[in-house]
Design a binder for this molecule. Sequence first.
Ligand SMILES: [Zn+2]
Length: 80
Amino acid sequence: MTPAKIYCDFFGHNYEMTKKVTNHVKEYTCKCCKKQLTTDSNGKLIELTPKYQEINSTLERIYSSKLMRSKQKSLSSSIY
Ligand SMILES: [Zn+2]
């Protein structure tokens, strides 16, 4: 056990948002022990496991390509 871990166990984690995956899904990292959390599809905070890291990167790809498409759509519709 590292001192940071003991601190967190005692006082609770000090999470900070590190990544916005979509409007609803975000990733958080504890400033002390670097433990990572993410929001699941129900909006609950859960541990960021490799499985969820994969899900999030897929979500992020879908989300950003959707944003891109909607931007292109509004651009082309403003031309006509
Ligand atoms: Zn912590």
